[in-house]
Design a protein around this ligand. Sequence first.
Ligand code: TYM
Length: 325
Amino acid sequence: MRIFSGIQPTNQLHIGNYLGAIKQWVQLQKDNECIYCIVDLHALTIPYDPKTLQQKIKETSIAIMAAGIDPEKSIIFVQSQVKEHAELGWLFNTITPIGELERMTQYKDKSKKFKENINAGLLDYPVLQTADVLLYKGEAVPVGKDQEQHIELMRTLARKFNQKFGQTFKEPASMILKEGAKIMSLVDPKKKMSKSDEAKSCIFLFDSPEDITKKIMSATTDSGKEVKYNLTKKPGISNLLMIYSLLSGKTTQDLEKEFVGKNYGEFKKSLAQVVVQYLEPFRRKQKELMTREVYVQEILKQGQHKAQVIAQETMREVREKMGLI
Ligand code: TYM
């Protein structure tokens, strides 16, 4: 199967990005043709500093490799280096009803969060995302729960294009995990963990052991004392239990049993150890890759070339079908 997914070079990666998306990416690269993209064009839709963008692209590329993406198995590349993304995005604009875009939850959320910068790119974001996947005729898209609506739009646009211009694209399926698809903020467990929120609400993949411990120990918990999984009554503890479960391989029921009679503090201390230990190899690999700039640039260049070959082939077909050649 051909798999496509992307990540924005907006901030450091957190454990939500990992458990919802990247962990799946790593698994999938064993038996599939995987294409993973650093989506810098998407990142321009929220306020950013042009002076640090290249650094962030490099850090994000290193981060996904440190978390297990193997450049020997997967294509890793930067979106803006393959011009066809923007071109296909424009062409898809012409078949996208504005109403579909205006009802997107992410657009509504981001318009509230960045009131001074409600740009057309923010509205158009899911159209470019559709172009990302269909340019490679991606069949499945591993993402977190927050992207479900965008994948649904991709399916709609693929169908529309096929109806108008003849069978060209398969409708890509979303791959959203049953567990881990929505990791919540440590500060407000009713909100999802988000890169653009305050640092103490996120466990970043390369946080120091001290920071990880501090953040977990001060994570918002719920009234009562019992370590029990109950999303409505105990959203804070349930979120921490989910993280614990996904990183340790134990079920939340097993963990509840393990922590019977123990308080939140003891549970959090144990979770901090699990997280620190799990992320240890990630920190090590990241440090190593940070010193190998030329190697990382080479991976991205090779990724660009491989991606371009596929993208150009699709564009030839699309231009022909749309009457552009
Ligand atoms: P980004 O960078 O915002 O998020 C990257 C991935 O992390 C997932 N994610 C989460 N999963 C679980 N819990 C969380 N708290 C959490 N926060 C984020 C996201 O669902 C995503 O899978 N729009 C995409 C980028 C993109 C893309 C694409 C993805 C652009 N083009 C084409 C797939 C296919 C995004 O949200 O990036």
